[in-house]
Design a protein around this ligand. Structure first.
Ligand code: C2E
Ligand code: MG
Ligand code: MG
Ligand code: MG
Length: 284
């Protein structure tokens, strides 16, 4: 029954018991995948819209699963979070990103900051700030090159605690971005108290730009809110020249999306950094 359940996973909704069983199997696979080195990071370029230059990279975790091929985070992060493995996975991600930054530095690649996604349970883990400190020290990177992406909902869960943790890391030189901005419910006064440098407009709003006028209004509102708070604003999921034109006209600072580049293996990044800005698509 277990075999059949796995094979037909795509075709019906497993009941709660079966889903729990599948998750336990997956959790075991994640655990062994971590020790066998099956996880890796892809990096997606971020483009400064004024210059057209690559100005940052977002690290996105992938799992080279021995049977199921390359899996994206949506297929394992929620289970890792639920099952208590997110700290181990998060440690791998942070360590890999720091080492990669250091390797590029050593190779003389002109380095740009790398952003690492942090999930709620990682951020709330008591060992988190120490982990970040140790990874920075061991890799010898400039901490200003490391940005952590947090979501509004994570920050709102325990505002005081979040602010304290962020200040602790800020003291090391680490910077912060608010990911998927606009999807949470942060109040403006609270938003102002977080030491963040960038707002990332959620891709749902970027998609709506070419859909309707309220979509455009929301994007404009987020950009002006970000600028009022003296933050850089980056749009995620930019796929079309129309979206890009609108964002540029609205004063958005940076963009990231398939229009420019997909997330890619680390060894393709030096070539991207060496590319002429005119070819990135930022200046059509
Ligand atoms: P996110 O941080 O909002 O990342 C952006 C997602 O949008 C990525 O999906 C990226 O591949 C995708 N994307 C980029 N440009 C485009 C575009 O033009 N169009 C569309 N449709 N999508 C685009 P991905 O890699 O599947 O990651 C999904 C989510 O998983 C991330 O959302 C982030 O919340 C989480 N995640 C990724 N890596 C990590 C990690 O290392 N640790 C943790 N805790 N979470 C991670
Ligand atoms: Mg992100
Ligand atoms: Mg996002
Ligand atoms: Mg997301």
């Amino acid at each position: 029954a277990k075999e059949a359940g796995r094979n037909t996973f795509e075709f019906y909704r497993p009941d709660a018991g079966e889903e729990a069983g599948n998750n336990l199997l997956l959790l075991e696979e994640i655990r062994s995948g971590l020790t066998r080195g099956e996880f890796l990071l892809h990096y997606q370029p971020q483009i400064d819209l004024a210059s057209g230059r690559l100005c940052g990279l977002e690290a996105l975790v992938r799992w080279a699963h021995p049977q199921r091929g390359l899996l994206g985070p949506d297929q394992f992060i929620p289970v890792a979070e639920e099952g208590g493995l997110i700290h181990a996975l998060g440690k791998f991600v942070l360590k890999t990103a720091c080492r990669q930054l250091q390797a590029w530095q050593r190779q003389g690649v002109p380095v740009v900051p790398v952003s690492v996604n942090v999930s709620a349970r990682q951020f709330a883990h008591p060992g988190w700030t120490d982990l970040v400190r140790v990874q920075i020290e061991r890799s010898g990177i400039d901490p200003h090159q490391l940005e952590l992406e947090l979501t509004e909902s994570m920050l709102m869960r325990n505002v005081e605690q979040a602010i304290a943790t962020m200040h602790e890391l800020r003291a090391l030189g680490v910077t912060f971005a608010i990911d998927d901005f606009g999807t949470g419910y942060s109040s403006l006064s609270v938003l102002r108290s977080f030491p963040v440098s960038r707002l990332k407009i959620d891709q749902a709003f970027v998609r709506d730009i070419t859909r309707d006028t309220s979509g455009r209004g929301i994007a404009e509102a987020i950009i002006s809110l970000g600028h009022t708070l003296k933050l850089r604003v980056i749009a995620e999921g930019v796929e079309t020249p129309e979206q890009l034109e609108f964002l540029k006209a609205a004063g958005c600072d940076e963009a990231q999306g398939y229009l420019f580049a997909r997330p890619m293996p680390a060894d393709e990044i030096p070539g991207q950094l060496a590319r002429d800005p005119g070819q990135t698509g930022a200046e059509p």
